[in-house]
Design a protein around this ligand. Sequence first.
Ligand code: ADP
Ligand code: MG
Length: 424
Amino acid sequence: MSNLGAGLKTQSWDPSTLPKFEKSFYKEDPAVTARTAAEIEAFRAEKQMRVQGRDVPKPVITFDEAGFPSYVMNEVKAQGFSAPTAIQSQGWPMALSGRDVVGIAETGSGKTLTYCLPAIVHINAQPLLAPGDGPIVLVLAPTRELAVQIQQEVAKFGKSSRIRNTCVYGGVPKGPQVRDLARGVEVLIATPGRLIDMLESGKTNLRRVTYLVLDEADRMLDMGFEPQIRKILSQIRPDRQTCMWSATWPKEVRQLASDFQNDFIQVNIGSLELSANHNIQQIVEIMMDYDKRDRLIKHLEKVMDDKNSKCLIFTGTKRTADEITRFLRQDGWPCLAIHGDKQQNERDWVLNEFKTGKSPIMVATDVASRGIDVRNITHVINFDYPNNSEDYVHRIGRTGRGGELLLLSSLQMMPSRLRIFSLS
Ligand code: ADP
Ligand code: MG
């Protein structure tokens, strides 16, 4: 792993010889211009929005004010969304203006669309791809599941402008991905390891990338992708636009932002401190390890009494995930497991069975906790407490509003850790 990327050539960039490109597209709507500083302040306060940096544009309040071309807007309206989410209100003007952006907002707040729609505008303003050209937009994401989900959004909103995309991630054969790359794609969504592999083997190149997105940057760093990310970023022209989107803002991510972004502007939605979604009821039970399975069954009996319940159970290790799944299935529960040792097609299938409610109980390691958009999860059970507080907050983010989160903790747990979130 440590040698990964050793075959990449060091790039030296001479700005005077690089082809010029356009990255600033934002035209403020007259309705936005007309808003007073006090009105903007009130709007930001209401949305718990904080901005930082030089010349941050004003937020937009409606979809129309963002000024997207009608072919993009039609798709957005077709989704039936009533208004931009907070991160979209502020993130669209920021990203459309061509600036480097950091956007922090909780899971499920609509960050994907925040960077996807400006990406489409960006692509449509660039010269067409020539044979042999790599992508114009590169999105780096931590996991295959997340990459696939991003691809679905890009496909939906990019369809009307015939934007081609592909997704490149490990654990599956390279052939189809290589063929897509050879045909040419405007948008490439990739996990870092497989992308480096493709770059080293010359299947694609990043010379045309002018809009770069790091999605779930915090997660990528947690997963140890930092060296790969740095290698990839060094292959991209430095005057590109770089946007980072994340649910948390730990110091490692700050460092990455300051190393790879120029004069960036930032928006945070919600508290700057790590904070859990307070609409979720959290219950903690402390017990001996060997009592956890019995308690789990007791809870499931209650939870699954309601036909609409959808329950996600987190375990600390892949092994526990498999053991618990076997245990529950033997007890007759409709339960499937998802974790990093499963084949990609099996993971896709399991996730789909869970999404559609055919298998309403899913056991998962933290691979499944971030970024993945499963609607209507009513209960999350932490069979094991997560390794760190960020993961805990993400797990909470997996339950819909008004959901319930249950923590079965063994006595070995440090109680001080449990108090961080003043769990009830
Ligand atoms: P995040 O990346 O912040 O975790 P996603 O981009 O995955 O969140 O979005 C979560 C869900 O919200 C998706 O199903 C998406 O289609 C939906 N969504 C996006 N924008 C809006 C909006 N303006 N109004 C309502 N729902 C939205
Ligand atoms: Mg996301």
